[in-house]
Design a protein around this ligand. Sequence first.
Ligand SMILES: Cc1ncc(COP(=O)(O)O)c(C=O)c1O
Length: 511
Amino acid sequence: MAEEIETEVIHSWSAPRSLSTSLMYSFAQRDDTEVLDEPLYAHYLKVTGVDRPYREELLSKMESDGNKVVNNVIYGPGGKKYRYCKHIAKQRLPGLSGELTKKGKHFILIRNPLDILQSFDKVVPSSFHELGLGDLVSVYSELCAAGNRPPIIDAAELQEDPEAALRGLCEDLDIPFQASMLKWEAGPKSVDGIWAPWWYKSVHKSTGFSRAINYPHAFPRSLYEVLEQSLPFYNMLRCHARQKRFPKLAKPSLPVPANEKILVWVDDELLPRDSATVSVFDSVVQGGDSVWEGLRIYNGKVFKLEEHLDRLFDSAKALAFNNVPTRDYVTSGMSPGFNLYGCTLIVLAEWKPPVYDNTGGITLVTATTRRNSPNIEGNNANADDAIMLDKDGYVSETNATNIFLVKKGIVMTPHADYCLPGITRATVMDLVKKENLVLEERRISLSEFHTADEVWTTGTMGELSPVLKIDGRVVGDGIVGPITKRLQNSFKKLTEGLGETRAVHHDRDQS
Ligand SMILES: Cc1ncc(COP(=O)(O)O)c(C=O)c1O
């Protein structure tokens, strides 16, 4: 008696024209796998009434009762270790047994609809429904909800580096890779569905995955709407593809993991991080002109909100921005000359720990340039930031902060004529007075900073940061000085008490 083999089913879910037939041929080359070509096709044609040139022939030759297909064909007895089922997502119609997605191994094969559309349209007029990217997202979310998040592979990966893509997919499916998957014979195959003469002409010419052709054809306007409708679904799935096999999509690892799942306010809506984008037509992209403020929240309250908003609106006015959104918002702006699309409003509420080491101290170098991006020099010099000089060579501030020094007990900071009138600067100047220390606001030379007893910088992002080294010279004793510590403490106390509470969106279902 032949030994009974327990067959494990591997489900591939995709839109049409996504290299799904090539991938089925690839799996058919394995010595441990049998393949099924769209076993739910007849069920789909019967239930939807969709017309195809081969409709009658297909309905007469293929089981069209979906649940019978699931139980007897897909999960029926098999002769090999694995059964690979190629599915087109739209063929999974409501009413089908939940067993289909509950059992077996599943993966999602995606392809940019830009590449699908023209090829599909040659055989059948395309539509959002025919592409079925919405259905593909449904399959994905149903599997995720059941705790069985399926791996996602992009057809472009298979074209780019077939071996790496197939190895990665096998790893995700927890099956061994077989080198035989890389090549197959040209021509029709016994596993092909009866629709092959209509759809498989070009895949029959292939003997493996071939490199993508880079958009040699103009994209027809008639397909634009379907592209517009389908692309967001592809992009959503693409975000979850395993990036290490597709470095173009690599996301940076965020220093604060909580920022991975934040909602970002763009213009007039809240968007998940990966969907938060600005139009290329926005003048922040076209002309690089924008105004921004960074704010900090202490104990749930926005610190110095009014001051930040005042400065934001002053900046917008100075750049002659039109149609600036109301004061309730933080905005990115545009050149008055190119302002055809209005202001794009971005509120980015990320968790942001202080950017400098405020306990151990920071180092500075002096930039040789008198304006613009001295932080490049700072980075090159491996310093935390760079000091900027004014046009006469006096210290103005750093690239991202204001700067203070202490000499013989007197606190000094440059006038705010060549530096940003920082909100933290103003706050610290108030604290200096409250601490009954002497404050001088005047032009300060670089050598005074080099020979100071204590130096610190101020800014919303870094708060109050002790500077221990400037241009290789140790400041004071090379440790955080007593006045710096005193002001850090009183600044901390201030942030604990002050701040504006803003309404947050609580449970929207609350009546
Ligand atoms: C050039 C520059 N100087 C100083 C500051 C510090 O200003 P504030 O204390 O208002 O954050 C900033 C803040 O972004 C800045 O960009």
